[in-house]
Structures are given as structure tokens and as C-alpha cells.
Design a protein around this ligand. Structure first.
Ligand code: IMP
Ligand code: MG
Length: 185
């Protein structure tokens, strides 16, 4: 049972600290600003897990850009992808001829982003690239390589800095491994 009032107790170990997250986002954001100089990209966030990452990364990319969001989910409260993707919200902008940079919290099987890439490419953008906070390559089921990765992590179910278990733990300021006892009972 999740103890809503002592989230830290449910964390086995911290995988990426607050300080590491902030420093790495500054670094990757500067690289993106350089790569997209003069282009005015559309930054598309995949809700809901991307929220803290999006807020910090968008400020680290110090060039003119437009912001947009979409919502697609593959989990139904568990720790394994259901494989069934539910499209809940599309972006507002027309991306034809535009440079699109998708921000995602974590890439596991790769199915969510593969589907988003397919949908976006039909809309004839100039380019579509992916920037992820975390990459878990051990979980990959489809071929997908992010263009920008802040951290590559081992096979573990993680929460914090936007990542959730049943919508809990998103507000932890670091990324940590969730104790399996939380979801195994
Ligand atoms: P994929 O389609 O399997 O790549 O899954 C991507 C989505 O699964 C992410 O946007 C997350 O919402 C969720 N996810 C995958 N691994 C984890 C994890 O370790 N913790 C929390 N959510 C995860
Ligand atoms: Mg999620």
C-alpha cells in the first residue's frame, strides 16, 4: 500500500539526484539551442510525465520556440506497458514545414514515441527529433534511438521528477528506483 505521506520511504535508491538533473538539462539545452539556432522549433511535450522536465528544459533552450503538448498513455496504473496506446490529446499547432522536437520523460519499449513519430511524419514537418530525460534501452521492443538523451538508466521501475506509479511520486525532485514491494503486493 502506498503511504501518501512518506514518499521517501518507498524509494529503494536515488538513481539521478536533483543536482545531476539540473546540470545535465543546462548542458543538453545549450546543445539543442546551438543545433536549432535560427529555426524556431515547436517543442512538443508528451503529458503528463514530462511536466517538470519540460518546464526546466524549455528554459534551458534559450532560442525562440513555440510550445505544445500531447497526451498518449500506454500504462493503466501498473509498472508494465499494456501495449495498448490511448491517444488522449493532440497538439494544437500545424507542423507542416516545421522543426519539431518532442520532449519525453522516459523511453522504455519505444512504442509510444514510435507511434507519435509515425503520426507526425504524415503531417509533413521539416524535421522531427526526440529529446528524452531518461532512456531505458533494456526495455526496447521497437527500434527507436533518441536524438538527445539526458541519462541512460538500467532496467528498473523508476519514479520522480514527473515519473509516476499510479500518478503518485511525480513531485519527487529526483529520480529514484521504486521498492518492488510497493507494487508487488
Ligand atoms: P514506452 O512506450 O514503453 O517507451 O513507454 C513510455 C512511457 O512509459 C513513458 O512515457 C512513461 O510514462 C512510462 N514508463 C516507462 N518506464 C517507466 C518507469 O520506469 N517509471 C515510470 N513510468 C515509466
Ligand atoms: Mg506514465
Amino acid at each position: 500500500m502506498i503511504d501518501k505521506f512518506d514518499m521517501l520511504k518507498d524509494i529503494e535508491r536515488v538513481l539521478v539526484s536533483e543536482e545531476e538533473i539540473h546540470a545535465r538539462i543546462k548542458e543538453v539545452g545549450a546543445q539543442i539551442a546551438k543545433d536549432y539556432a535560427g529555426k524556431c522549433p515547436i517543442l512538443v511535450g508528451v503529458l503528463k510525465g514530462v511536466v517538470p522536465f519540460y518546464a526546466e528544459m524549455s528554459q534551458a533552450i534559450a532560442i525562440p520556440l513555440q510550445e505544445d503538448f500531447m497526451c498518449i498513455t500506454s500504462f493503466e496504473g501498473g509498472t508494465q506497458s499494456t501495449g495498448k496506446l490511448t491517444f488522449r490529446k493532440d497538439i494544437d499547432h500545424d507542423i507542416e514545414g516545421r522543426d519539431v522536437l518532442i520532449l519525453e520523460d522516459i523511453i522504455d519499449s519505444g512504442s509510444t514515441l514510435k507511434l507519435i513519430m509515425e503520426i507526425f511524419k504524415e503531417r509533413n514537418p521539416n524535421s522531427v527529433k526526440i529529446c528524452t530525460l531518461l532512456d531505458k534501452p533494456s526495455g526496447r521492443k521497437v527500434e527507436l534511438t533518441p536524438d538527445y538523451t539526458c541519462f541512460t538508466i538500467p532496467a528498473a521501475f523508476v519514479v520522480g521528477y514527473g515519473l509516476d506509479y499510479d500518478d503518485y511520486y511525480r513531485n519527487l525532485p529526483f529520480v529514484g528506483v521504486l521498492k518492488p514491494s510497493v507494487y508487488q503486493d
